[in-house]
Design a protein around this ligand. Structure first.
Ligand SMILES: [Zn+2]
Ligand SMILES: [Zn+2]
Length: 150
């Protein structure tokens, strides 16, 4: 196709494989309750690609719009109509190249031993409507555009 960079990812057991092509739309960190609970970690680092830049193979399960491997439990990309959200830790190469977060969400819940990323915009909660307007002209619920009106 083109010279676009391609990144591969997978779950821990390898039952699910995926690829993203080109650079992401945005990269962020989230300290919200859902991200802590679903990852079991202190925060989640994610990158969002256009839906058409994402492809995958393998069987996934979902809960609340978040996907995971039914065999090993690894979090997997959440794919919506327009965008695919990839947990940075599910990519195969570490450390990643060119995926530095430009914003942090729900910073009031950030662990005290973590410091704000110096160049990242800081949001008390989800991104504001004005900020996300730059992306799609619509307010969105933070970094979860794939969340359906359930
Ligand atoms: Zn798996
Ligand atoms: Zn979150």
């Amino acid at each position: 196709m083109s010279n676009d960079v391609m990144r591969s990812g997978s779950c821990l057991c390898g039952g699910v494989q995926f690829r993203v092509t080109g650079e992401p739309l945005r990269v962020g960190l989230c300290h919200c309750k859902d991200c802590r609970k679903t990852s079991g970690s202190a925060y989640q680092a994610f990158a969002i690609w256009p839906r058409q830049a994402f492809e995958s193979e393998g069987i996934t399960s979902t809960y609340g719009g978040r996907s995971f491997c039914p065999t090993c439990g690894s979090r997997l990309p959440s794919v919506g109509e327009d965008e695919a959200e990839v947990m940075i830790g599910s990519l195969d190469v570490a450390p990643t190249e060119g995926l530095e977060p430009s914003y942090e969400l729900w910073i009031g819940r950030r662990e005290r031993w973590l410091h704000p990323l110096p160049d990242a915009r800081q949001f008390e909660q989800d991104r504001t409507a004005a900020d996300s307007a730059a992306d799609d002209g619509e307010p969105e619920e933070g970094r979860e555009p794939y969340r359906k009106s359930a």
